[in-house]
Design a binder for this molecule. Structure first.
Ligand code: NAD
Ligand code: IPM
Ligand code: MN
Length: 356
């Protein structure tokens, strides 16, 4: 059977808790099914590493990562270090340089969990596609006259035709693969006259290649209203790096909890390994309490298995996770009283049943 080499980067905060939970579950799955092998190699990048070495990533980090089939990441961010240092030192120093330009963030309400919205199915099922390499995350900008009353700061959003076109095409393909085949292109092309208008123009032209996909466009502020008021009108959404960062947290909370939301940082050209991580961060308020929801990282690992070609194993893992949720074995963010390890054990017993 195929053997996969995975870089495990637990990072900070609850990252190590949810990553170790996920490794237990995925190793159990591989052993039980026997259809593939998977090896996790621990990589210690994070704030402890930074305190020791003065940097978040090792000098040869990108070369190191390229030796693996994929990466599984936990979280980064620590109260001792300003967030812009830690995030640009670790996560953003991987996404950009490895050109993991397609960030895929599905949101779905699981059986046994509560969606705060009133929908016919009692939940939502959306696919969010986030541009992951440019916009406000291009890293361009600066400050002048620091500390003076006339100090000025810029945060330059860069949008390129290549960058926009590749993500919009990816989003149309994603929408095409889903039953409802509908895409909403989110921009802010009323007040933003340049990059956002270019997004609109490119969307209209790429749409011509996908006659079987229906699509509409929406301004990002109005989109937050639509998510709450007309959730059933939404299927796939594509938008800029910053807009989708915000909409994906909102969507996760609307689906049930930020604790279950997965995120795939993909290089669709497959030149570089892709990176899979939960949407949430370090969650300072629950570190060490043993109650972090591991489901967002489980689901991210399932997305990783699909990406690696293990579709069947991935589907089985998702079924086990959903069975556990349906049985009410939930962490407190989902209204339950289970611990992280309680959820791990329950998912492992579901996996055990696959043997039969
Ligand atoms: P956060 O996602 O860490 O937490 C937001 C809220 O959601 C908190 O109340 C937290 O307890 C809860 N939560 C998050 N994940 C959960 C889980 N798995 N189970 C149960 N509850 C969960 O966002 P924040 O508080 O804005 O950020 C904290 C730190 O993490 C900051 O340093 C931030 O920059 C960083 N951050 C990192 C990432 C990442 O590594 N991908 C993402 C977001 C934020
Ligand atoms: C996310 C996070 C990151 C982002 C941070 C940690 C850099 O919020 O993955 O959603 O802004 O992209
Ligand atoms: Mn975010």
């Amino acid at each position: 059977s195929t053997s996969y080499q995975i870089a495990s980067i637990p990072g900070d905060g609850i990252g190590p808790e949810v990553v170790s939970a996920t490794i237990q579950v995925v190793e159990k799955l591989a052993k039980t099914l026997g259809t593939f092998q998977i090896n996790f190699t621990h990589i210690p990048w994070g704030t402890n590493y930074y305190k020791e070495h003065g940097r978040y990533l090792s000098e040869d980090a990108l070369t190191t990562l390229r030796k693996y089939d994929a990466g599984l990441f936990g979280a980064v961010g620590d109260p001792d270090v300003p967030d812009h240092i830690s995030l640009w030192g670790l996560l953003l120093a991987i996404r950009g340089p490895l050109q993991l330009y397609a960030n895929v963030r599905p949101v779905r309400t699981f059986p046994g969990t509560k969606c705060p919205l009133n929908t016919a199915t009692g939940g939502i099922d959306w696919m969010l596609v986030r541009e992951n390499s440019e916009g406000e995350y291009s890293g361009q900008g600066g400050r002048s006259h620091v500390g003076q009353p006339w100090e000025a700061a810029t945060e330059v959003a860069i949008f390129t035709r290549v960058g926009i076109e590749r993500i919009i095409r990816f989003a149309f393909e994603t929408a095409q693969s889903r039953p409802r085949k509908h895409l909403t292109v989110v921009t802010k092309s009323n007040s933003m006259r340049n990059g956002m208008v270019l997004w609109d123009e490119i969307a209209a032209s790429v749409a011509k290649d996908f006659p079987d996909v229906t699509w509409d466009k929406m301004l990002v502020d109005a989109m937050t209203v639509r998510m709450v008021w007309k959730p059933e009108s939404i299927d796939t959404i594509v938008g800029t790096n910053l807009h989708m960062d915000i909409l994906s947290d909102l969507a996760a909370a609307l689906a049930g909890s930020i604790g279950i939301a997965p995120s795939s940082n993909l290089d669709p050209t497959r030149k570089n390994p892709s990176l899979f991580e939960p949407v949430h961060g370090s969650a300072f308020d629950i570190i060490g309490k043993g109650i972090a929801n591991p489901v967002g990282t489980f689901w991210s690992a399932a997305e990783m298995l699909t990406w690696l070609g293990e579709k069947d194993a991935s589907a089985k893992l998702m079924q086990c996770i959903e069975n556990v949720c349906a049985a009410g074995i939930l962490t407190p963010d989902l209204g339950g009283s289970s611990s992280t390890q309680g959820v791990v054990d329950a998912v492992c017993s579901e996996i055990e049943k696959l043997k039969a």
